[in-house]
Each structure stands twice: as structure tokens, then as C-alpha cells.
Design a protein around this ligand. Structure first.
Ligand SMILES: CC(=O)CC(=O)O
Length: 220
């Protein structure tokens, strides 16, 4: 994890994990993303109803203003102003600056956890294993094999909508995202710890997985 905090334009914050500074919006990020789409039969609460969810591991790499790992769960929600938006229900990163920036700029409810990432290449094939834990207790792990690096770059765009949180004084926030990546379906297998914060996804049916290799994204 590398936080570059020298620019005076960065925003200082006494975030939930101590004093940090983070870049102003938008964030121009580069990295790697692995996403699986799951169908949850039984809702958990108002924010997590039955339906289709995306669960992803992301590595924001050098070239990004903040570098960190991320685990997120999101679903599509209808909004009046922006149509269907991505809404993140659960998210962890390993950068206190990213926690503060995500929460204060966009109401993204980031928390901290620990990550392990292991990636290896054989020819065009990439094999990847991710795991996460919170105070040594597992949250989720996943393994993927993909050939996305061999794909041509294709554009993507979207909008996130987040319900208000304390860090935004209860105000909803939206953020535009757009970029490009080398994206293809891949093989993915997830395990959610039964007694962890994503245990509610254990029974969800996995529908498909995708890898976005070498993405470039402008967020916010
Ligand atoms: C730029 C971002 O905040 C994206 C994320 O970390 O989810």
C-alpha cells in the first residue's frame, strides 16, 4: 500500500482510522478487477434484498493516486435522476486514506481489512487467489483463472449511487465512472466465511465471473 500525500490539493481528514489525506475527486485509477455475479434468493435487510449482486476483488496499482486492495459487494438500484446505478452494500480496503476519501466524497461505506493476493502467469493464462480477513478472522476468499490480458481494450461507463452515511451528513451521493479494460469471462470460485460479515452470501448461486485486466478508470 502506498499513499502519496505530498500535493497541497489533497484533502486532510481525521478519518475513522486516524489522520490521513486523500486526493480530491475525480480519482484516475489503474489496476485489475475480478468480478462474479451472484443470485441471492433470500434478502437480508433493506439494503441487501434478494436479487443479483456483484462481488469483486480489485487491486488499484501504481499509476493510481492511492494504491490499495479492495473487496466489494454491489447491486444495481433504480434512481430517478441517473437510471440504474451501482450501489455498494459492503466494502473493505487496506488503505485508511481510501476509507476516508470513499466515505467523505461519495458515501461509499469503506472499512479496513487485511488482504492477501497471489497471481501467477503461464502463457496467456493468469491464475489468481485472493483472501481477506478482519483481525485474523476470514471474510472471503476467491480463486480465478482468466485470459483477459490477451483481449483488446473495451470501454465501460456507469454511475454509483450511495445512500447517505454519517460522513456525508446523511446525504446521498452519486459518482460517474468511465474507463476501459481488457475484459473477458473467466473461471471463479468464492468462499464466504460462515461467521464473517459476508456469510449471508454463502447460499447465493454463482452465475458468471469476469476479469477486467489493466483497467483505467476515472471515478467521481
Ligand atoms: C475510486 C474509488 O473510491 C473506487 C473504490 O475504491 O471503490
Amino acid at each position: 500500500m502506498t499513499d502519496h500525500t505530498t500535493s497541497p490539493a489533497w484533502i486532510s481528514s481525521s478519518g475513522p482510522d486516524g489522520d490521513v489525506s486523500y486526493p480530491p475527486a475525480p480519482w484516475a485509477m489503474v489496476g485489475q478487477l475480478w468480478l462474479s455475479v451472484l443470485k441471492l434468493r433470500t434478502g437480508v435487510d433493506e439494503l441487501r434484498p434478494a436479487g443479483v449482486y456483484g462481488v469483486a476483488f480489485v487491486s488499484y496499482e501504481p499509476g493510481s493516486p492511492l494504491t490499495y486492495s479492495e473487496l466489494l459487494v454491489a447491486r444495481l438500484v433504480p434512481t430517478q435522476q441517473h437510471g440504474r446505478c451501482v450501489s455498494i452494500t459492503d466494502i473493505w480496503v487496506d488503505s485508511p486514506a481510501s476509507v476516508a476519501g470513499g466515505r467523505e466524497l461519495w458515501a461509499i461505506p469503506k472499512q479496513l481489512c487485511d488482504f492477501e493476493l497471489d497471481t501467477s502467469h503461464r502463457g496467456p493464462l493468469t491464475s489468481t487467489h485472493w483472501s481477506t480477513s478482519l483481525e485474523r478472522r476470514p471474510i472471503a476468499s476467491a480463486s480465478f483463472t482468466d485470459v483477459s490480458r490477451a483481449m483488446v481494450r473495451i470501454p465501460f461507463r456507469g454511475t454509483t449511487w450511495q445512500p447517505g452515511i454519517g460522513d456525508t451528513d446523511g446525504q446521498d451521493r452519486t459518482a460517474a465512472l468511465q474507463g476501459s479494460s481488457k475484459a473477458l469471462p473467466c473461471r471463479g470460485r468464492w468462499d464466504f466465511a460462515a461467521d464473517g460479515p459476508l456469510g449471508w452470501l454463502r447460499g447465493a448461486r454463482q452465475l458468471a465471473s469476469f476479469r477486467q485486466a489493466d483497467f483505467r478508470m476515472c471515478f467521481g
